[in-house]
Write a protein of this length. Structure first.
Length: 191
């Protein structure tokens, strides 16, 4: 019996010191949102599959052939931003390359969107949220005509650390909904 107890103690000690235990992982995420571990696991799965951390932290929508790029700029993005209580705070035509090859970026445009009220709440909580502001949607058009709207996946900003205070959590969820709904609806001309 004494040998069994010593063996168990030795195994627990080895696992605990190895840093590879479920116990250590559990304590790492104590005090975090229940979604934290899942959010990091999903991000790492995309990194493992693609090798691209930017892809793992982004969402994209294929733009319908029926939707013109100028309609996105003039109509869809501004109208949808207003519908979700966001404000278009900027627009930049990054570049255009007329002779782009099929898999080369021909055109890139960025919309900046923000809710000033929500921005103030988050900046007062942590100035580092400023690095994520304003939220952005990018139109990327390839030489073969494919176009995508790309936006940051806000999952880790919401669930990637300690729990946000309840009011902030609700505001963050609203921004996440907006920053997924605006490009997904604009991509198909639904406004």
């Amino acid at each position: 019996m004494k040998k069994i107890i010593l063996t168990i103690v030795a195994l627990v000690s080895i696992f605990s010191m190895s840093g590879c235990t479920a116990m250590k992982m559990g304590t790492t995420f104590m005090g975090f949102e229940p979604e934290t571990q899942k959010a990091y696991a999903e991000m790492m799965k995309v990194v493992e599959e693609s090798g691209d951390p930017a892809k793992a932290m982004s969402k994209e929508w294929l733009v319908s052939e029926d939707v013109e790029s100028d309609e996105l700029k003039e109509d869809y993005i501004p109208a949808l931003a207003e519908e979700y209580n966001m404000r278009v705070t900027g627009y930049v035509n990054m570049f255009t390359k007329e002779d782009a090859k099929p898999n080369e970026v021909k055109n890139a445009r960025i919309w900046s969107l923000c809710s000033l009220h929500i921005a103030k709440v988050f900046l007062n909580h942590s100035r580092y949220f400023g690095a994520l502001m304003p939220c952005r949607i990018m139109l990327v058009e390839y030489g073969d005509g494919r176009r995508y709207l790309v936006s940051m996946d806000l999952t880790l900003a919401i669930y990637g650390g300690e729990k946000l205070p309840p009011e902030m959590l609700e505001l963050a969820k609203k921004v996440k909904v907006a920053m997924e709904a605006i490009p997904s609806r604009a991509a198909v001309g639904d406004f």
